[in-house]
Design a protein around this ligand. Structure first.
Ligand code: SAM
Length: 463
């Protein structure tokens, strides 16, 4: 729990709550992602470090628990929430989160919400906000929680839409709750060392950080409490912010000369050609280049292809990376042009809800099937580009059945005569969890401490 803002101990704390409210407004009204909005709003604010941490936690937590907060509010608001002005509803959500989950005294939570409403919306809504939140404070112990055995009940307890809970149960069975709850824990910072990981580890420890080696790949370094914006190693390109699960994916398409225990290949090995077909913003592209590959990086969106160019320049990998704006469903490359093709496909993204808490409320029930169809089409378009004996890698930062296992088994069924499954060495043995009927590997925050990334690899039959 993040401490109450300094000013709140004197009965105020309004400025930090206004910052949180502004973040919610921009995420809701502009359909923006919370991460960049939190960064810009807090940079713009005049809050001290402690109040910034309070505001960020309040905003992220309110976004995460939005479904439960709205449900609780419907028990005390006499009209449908759709008829509450969105700017006022966001004030109520912030207040409701503090009353249900926060450690601010009730009076501070209610009074500061009334002040935010007065200052940001107008005096006319102050009485309404005050009445609703006081009613919730009184009735909070008597809320009519449904049984956790139902999807709707677990949804309210875990902070997800009921259909996402149903999907998690379909995919993980008894483990569903653990996976969903792990998705609610903000991740610590993970870095990829672009040079010697031991040197990076030592540098961070000398600077006083609690830095530890990653669990899955040698170039990963955990620095749980660091702010990447304040790290010289990040500013100077000696480290890249990247989740370890993504590093596992890049390694699956890397030159075979990269030994499992080493962090990079010698720079003089330009012959392993990889197509990163869905490359932006370029984390895996630059990692592949670091591992010795020559990378053709493509993205269908021109502005996002620009991010890959920037990432390659920032990490000193531009000489090994060519960037193209291209639709991977209609690939412009000649057949058998690559030793490896990586399809890191657009997906529902439930594997990254730790970082994007609002994502769960933006997806709709048909998204997994629709995106699974696109992912299979991308894989089918990629298959002819792999040279005989080369590798094809599919990855998605999610866990729905339709996308992950569904796509991997669908591709295997269609192309099994030309592509053989080659998933045995995708992750260190200790993390491999064979599961019946699943040709790939599902990483997840509850077991691996990483994003919930799925990956599968096939090898093209030699000619
Ligand atoms: C999951 S992200 C890729 C992340 C990236 N591989 C990384 O590690 O930084 C998926 C990307 O696929 C791109 N994309 C979507 N449809 C595409 C298509 N038909 N062809 C190429 N890129 C596509 C999106 O613009 C998005 O940047």
């Amino acid at each position: 729990m993040t401490a109450e803002p300094a000013a709140a101990r004197g009965g105020e704390g309004v400025a930090a709550r206004i910052a949180a409210w502004r973040i919610l407004r921009r995420v809701d009204a502009d359909a923006a992602w919370s991460g960049p909005v939190v960064d810009t709003e807090l940079r713009r604010s005049r809050l001290d470090e402690r109040d910034r941490a309070f505001a960020a936690n309040l905003a992220y937590s309110t976004l995460r628990w939005q479904g439960t907060l709205d449900w609780a509010l419907t028990t005390v608001v006499t009209r449908p929430l759709e008829r509450v002005e969105p700017a006022v509803l966001d004030v109520l959500r912030l207040g409701a989160w503090q009353l249900l989950y926060g450690d601010s005294p009730d009076r501070a939570a209610v009074d500061t919400a009334v002040s935010v409403a007065r200052e940001q919306v107008g005096d006319h809504v102050a009485g309404f906000v005050n009445g609703v939140l006081r009613a919730l404070a009184r009735s909070r112990e008597r809320l009519p929680w449904p049984s956790e055995h139902d999807d709707a009940g677990l949804a309210l307890r875990s902070g997800y839409p009921a259909w996402v809970v149903a999907s998690a149960r379909e995919r993980f069975g008894e483990r569903a709750r653990a996976v969903l709850e792990a998705g609610n824990v903000p991740p610590g910072l993970v870095l990829r060392a672009t040079g010697d990981p031991a040197g990076l580890l030592a540098e961070l420890r000398r600077a006083g950080f609690d830095a530890t080696p990653g669990r899955l790949v040698p170039e990963a370094v955990n620095v749980p409490h660091a702010d990447p914006g304040a790290l010289a190693c990040v500013a100077e390109g000696r480290a890249v912010v990247q989740d370890e699960a993504s590093m596992v994916v890049a390694r699956a398409a890397a030159p075979p000369t990269v030994a499992p225990g080493t962090a990079s290949a010698p720079m003089a090995e330009p012959s392993w050609r990889v197509l990163d077909a869905c490359a932006a913003p370029g984390g895996k592209t630059t990692h592949l280049a670091q591992l010795g590959a020559t990378v053709a990086a493509a993205d269908v969106r021109p502005n996002r292809a620009g991010f890959v160019r920037d990432a390659a320049a920032r990490t000193g990998m531009a000489a090994r990376v060519g960037v193209a704006v291209a639709d991977a469903a209609r690939p412009p490359w000649r057949a058998e042009a690559f030793d490896a093709v990586l399809v890191d496909a657009p997906c529902t993204g439930f594997g990254v809800v730790r970082r994007r808490p609002e994502l769960r409320w933006r997806r709709t029930p048909g998204d997994a099937e629709r995106l699974a169809g696109l992912q299979l089409r991308l894989l089918e378009a990629a298959a002819p580009l792999v040279r005989p004996g080369g590798v094809l890698v599919y990855s998605a930062c999610t866990w729905t059945v339709a996308e992950t296992v569904g796509v991997a088994t669908g591709f295997t069924a269609l192309y099994g005569d030309r592509f053989t499954l080659d998933a045995a060495t995708l992750t260190p043995a200790a993390h491999r969890r064979p599961s019946a009927g699943d040709p790939g590997v599902q990483l997840s925050p509850d077991v691996d401490g990483s994003d919930g990334m799925y990956l599968c690899r096939w090898r093209a039959e030699p000619s």
